[in-house]
Design a protein around this ligand. Structure first.
Ligand SMILES: Cc1cc2nc3c(=O)[nH]c(=O)nc-3n(C[C@H](O)[C@H](O)[C@H](O)COP(=O)(O)OP(=O)(O)OC[C@H]3O[C@@H](n4cnc5c(N)ncnc54)[C@H](O)[C@@H]3O)c2cc1C
Length: 557
């Protein structure tokens, strides 16, 4: 394999929301520091916001709410399993972040009196500010491009380089040419999203999932192998949103007067129906599919929904509904369950970070859906992108260069590729991924139990061994897809192990154990997962969540 080398001050892995923001902040802090981004896709349109977004989900708007209110709401949503300090820092900086975005041209609409539209998307309080910005990613892209960051597109990070316990860069794989790129760095920021491709979506498409399909748990796998602590892997998310296309729509419509109905026409609870309620009380009782009705709304309200839906977040929805003949004025929108996935931004899965985005491994920072700033959404990605940049800038001040012998890493990757090429298996990587994710769906989808979870670990270990033997590799494309599937398998093993250790049910549907159906207060703790003596040695422990904000006299749960 051809290998090329580069050196940088800070390497960012993943140029989505968090990575883009980290790049901008690094250059704002010091124009002379070298910033390099490995991006698996093309950074201009990559990540969870390929173009625009319709809301900044967490903003502490002066006069409406405070960071203490946010911690109270999050404690309810996370049922107490929350490290408060990182979430508090995010909430504290959210207003300043919104103002900064505005100064860059991001549009947040106001009424005639100048008030922002602040919606309710958490069990308590209103923190979601409507944004109407179809070009959000372009705005970020233009900014870090002007500041002089180096972008290495179509490059998937495969391994973190670790030198005496310090992260010293990464090895990337060009997904088009198959070239390896060794990038030595004084610090690394992991912002490669969550495990979006995890369970199989019910629409049957490998890439028809809810979250950004480029995200295959690479960040979790990289951090785990480098020895960092992770948490929340047992929080297996599944939403209930627009059926077949798996796009979000609920809060945009319900907060504007739409009704949510079950299959027999009964109205389903208020402006925050809750996923648990939708699954437990309706779908699982045979009362699905739930439907959103807008036909009773004045035409201006429907147009307002269409305006947001078809212009900013998912313009493809316009073609989708037109193709299906669904006009909101006279037809309901069917909702259904999404695929199961792992995520820090919507859920609580991620690399454990402190208030400065530092992981437990020196030189490694994490932000966005890769980090466990619980349910931080886009605000979490942006604020922790900035924080990671600030911390990394400080950290590298005393380091002249960080070198690490890449030979063992290159040898390991080359050997894996050789084995796959020489074996010339008989299963396409797409079929192998399908089988992996179908098994994840079978054995990890709640309700969970000890038997299914232990089988999940067993089968996933077998799949990991079978992958290089059975997958047919005929081009570079097949190789990096195989690396992605390997990461999905790693995440399944970590998730099943964590799910086995949490011997209780919590977070409604998302961690429902049929063999431990009750919530046990002894488990109001973070379940930490860490690599032991080798990759297969997954160690777990429970740790008390940080409650420093509540204890300081913030609002109690
Ligand atoms: C459909 C949808 C709607 C949403 N709506 C809202 C909303 O209205 N408001 C809100 O606040 N939040 C919303 N969110 C959440 C928010 O968008 C995400 O939490 C946030 O954008 C995540 O940012 P990120 O940088 O962590 O991940 P991403 O933006 O997904 O970026 C990850 C990047 O890493 C790259 N990558 C992956 N693996 C590798 C690798 N090995 N090497 C190199 N690169 C890699 C990917 O290609 C991608 O570009 C929504 C999310 C989704 C999916």
């Amino acid at each position: 394999m051809k290998v090329s080398y580069m050196e940088t001050d800070v390497l960012i892995i993943g140029g989505g929301s968090a990575g883009s923001m980290a790049a901008i902040r690094l250059k704002e802090l010091n124009r002379d520091q070298k910033v390099t981004i490995f991006e698996k896709a093309n950074i201009k349109f990559s990540g969870s916001i390929p173009r625009g977004m319709d809301a900044l989900n967490i903003v502490t708007v002066p006069g409406i709410n405070t960071a203490e209110d946010y911690i109270e709401a999050q404690n309810i949503a996370c049922e107490g399993v929350l490290d408060e300090a990182p979430s508090y820092v995010m909430a504290k900086r959210s207003w300043e972040l919104m103002k900064e975005l505005q100064s860059w041209g991001v549009f947040f609409p106001t009424d005639k009196a100048g008030n922002y539209e602040v919606l309710k998307t958490t069990p308590k309080g209103r923190f979601t500010v409507t944004m109407r910005e179809p070009n959000l990613k372009t705005i970020l892209h233009d900014r870090f491009t002007k500041l002089g960051c180096t972008v290495v597109n179509h490059t998937m990070a495969l391994q973190l380089l670790v030198d005496n316990g310090h992260v010293a860069g990464a090895v990337g794989f060009n997904i088009r040419t198959g070239e390896l790129i060794v990038c030595h760095a004084k610090a690394v920021i992991l912002s490669a999203g969550g495990t979006a491709r995890f369970g199989l979506p019910e629409n049957g498409y490998l890439y028809g999932n809810y979250d950004c399909p480029a995200n295959t748990g690479d960040a979790y796998s990289l951090a785990y192998r480098a020895g960092a602590e992770l948490t929340g892997l047992e929080y297996t998310l599944r939403y209930y949103i627009v059926k077949d296309i798996n796009c979000p729509l609920l809060y945009i419509t319900l907060t504007r007067g739409a009704k949510l109905l079950n299959a027999i026409g009964e109205e389903v609870g208020g402006d925050h129906p809750g996923i648990k309620n939708m699954f437990d009380e309706h779908y699982d009782k045979g009362l699905g599919y739930l439907r959103i009705r807008m036909s009773h709304l004045p035409v201006e309200k429907i147009e307002a929904v269409e305006d947001i839906l078809f212009s900013t977040e998912k313009p493809v929805l316009q073609r989708y509904f037109e193709g299906k003949g669904v006009n909101f004025r006279n037809r309901d929108i069917e909702l259904g369950p999404t695929d199961m996935y792992l995520c820090g931004g919507h859920g609580i899965t991620g690399v454990v970070v402190d208030t400065g985005a530092a992981s437990t491994v020196p030189g490694l920072y994490a932000a966005g859906d890769s980090a466990n700033v619980n349910r931080g959404h886009l605000t979490g990605a942006f604020v922790f992108g900035q924080l990671a940049a600030e911390s990394a800038t400080e950290y590298i001040k005393g380091i002249s260069s960080r070198q690490c012998d890449p030979a063992p890493y290159i040898a390991e990757i080359t050997e894996k590729c050789q084995v796959m090429e020489e074996n010339q298996g008989f299963v396409s990587i797409e079929e192998f991924e399908y089988k992996t994710r179908r098994t994840i769906t079978d054995y990890l989808t709640p309700p969970k139990n000890e038997y299914k979870l232990s089988r999940a670990v067993e089968i996933m270990r077998e799949m990991k061994k079978a992958l290089p033997r059975h997958v047919k590799v005929s081009r570079t494309h097949d190789l990096w897809k195989a690396f992605e599937v390997e990461n999905i398998i790693d995440c399944a093993i970590l998730s099943a192990t964590a799910s086995m250790e949490r011997k209780e049910s919590r977070w409604g549907y998302w961690h429902h154990r049929a063999d431990y159906p009750k919530t046990d207060p002894a488990y109001t703790k973070l379940l930490i997962v860490k690599r032991g003596s080798c990759d297969d040695d997954v160690t777990t422990r429970l740790r008390e969540p940080d409650k420093s904000i509540s204890l300081k006299g913030g609002n109690q749960q």
